[in-house]
Ligand binder design. Structure first.
Ligand code: ADE
Ligand code: ZN
Length: 326
């Protein structure tokens, strides 16, 4: 069996996926029409031409503009169903999906509209495709603590649908510890915690995500390798890393996929996983991430099996749910 067909058939979990980042240009244009939203693009080619990014902020500007077409519960349902159907065909059996309610609430879309559409789609996928899921509500770190507390108060009314909180958006100059109090309250309310750290920000942000936010996983974490003691600590703690190779390439964290630290992470004994982040914007869903990084850094079949197993080990599934895949 070739490496690529192994990747196709292995059961996998996806743990780092922003649902708003799955908005394909065709759906963006269709929803703009359905909802009467003005976009600066008139064709798929024009949308795609905007997907040239020099850094995370370049991407975020386009990402927040793109999501302005999501208005009604049905839009969030259609978006989520399209993603789930796509990755079900790639062997994904469990998903832990991020969503960004503050980015919708600030445009006048109610928290319940967003959550209702996404969670109904997750329920449909559970029923019809036997896919399991968890939902992770992210705080936007470019906004202040008070705004994050507002989102947390909304989440507290819907604990049956939201399993964990996360931290995303512009990382530079916005260290995790700015949100220590929000995360403390979220954990006290029973939510698990994860955070983007070390994507563009320094290794020190990974340390404060661990120590101050008390996260159960680090999203990206690429810059951990600047601090060998931190890598040793994360290996000892088996702290999961949700890595996203094509995202790192497209946002210029690396200039060539050959530089991606996924193999280094496995060699260091880290619980590393492969994910797609924002697949519509970065040119590939989870299997394209596996395949392209495998070819670039020379992953073996054994590495691929380890990464797929790691995706379940690092998930929020119960030990008995995980066992079926290990
Ligand atoms: N929001 C969506 N994608 C993101 C990323 N890669 N980093 C930070 N925030 C994000
Ligand atoms: Zn991300």
């Amino acid at each position: 069996m070739t490496l690529h067909s192994l990747i196709d058939v292995l059961p996998k979990a996806e743990l780092h996926l922003h649902i708003e980042g799955t908005l394909e240009p065709e759906m963006m244009l269709a929803l703009a029409k359905r909802n009467g939203v003005e976009l600066p693009y008139n064709s798929v080619a024009e949308v795609q031409a905007a997907y040239e990014f020099d850094c995370l902020q370049d991407f975020l500007d386009v990402y927040y503009q793109g999501m302005s077409v999501l208005i009604n519960e049905r839009d969030f349902y259609d978006l989520t169903m399209a993603y789930l159907e796509k990755v079900h065909g790639q062997g994904v059996r469990h998903v832990e999906i991020f969503f960004d309610p503050q980015a919708h609430m600030e445009r006048g879309v109610a928290f319940e509209t967003v959550l209702g559409g996404i969670s109904s789609a997750l329920e449909t996928a559970g029923r019809e495709m036997d896919m399991t899921s968890k939902l992770i509500m992210c705080f936007l770190r470019h906004l202040d603590e008070e705004d994050a507390f507002g989102a947390l108060n909304c989440a507290c009314k819907h604990k049956e649908h939201i399993y964990a909180v996360g931290l995303d958006s512009s990382e530079a100059g916005r260290p995790p510890e700015l949100f220590s109090r929000v995360f403390a309250k979220a954990r006290a309310q029973g939510f698990k915690a994860v955070a983007h750290a070390g994507e563009e920000g320094p290794a020190a942000y990974i340390e404060t995500a661990l120590d101050d936010l008390k996260v159960s996983r680090v999203d990206h974490g690429n810059r951990a390798f600047e601090n060998p003691a931190l890598v040793a600590r994360m290996a000892a703690e088996q702290m999961p890393l949700t890595m996203c190779p094509l995202s790192n390439l497209r946002l210029k964290g690396i200039t060539d996929l050959k530089e991606h630290p996924i193999k280094k992470a496995l060699n260091a004994g880290l619980l590393a996983t492969v994910n797609s982040d924002d697949p519509s914007y970065f040119g590939g869903y989870v299997n394209e991430n596996y395949k392209q990084v495998a070819d670039a850094v020379g992953l073996t079949g054994e590495d691929i099996v380890t990464l797929a197993k790691n995706s379940f080990k690092a998930s929020f599934q119960s030990p008995s749910e995980k066992q079926a895949y290990l």
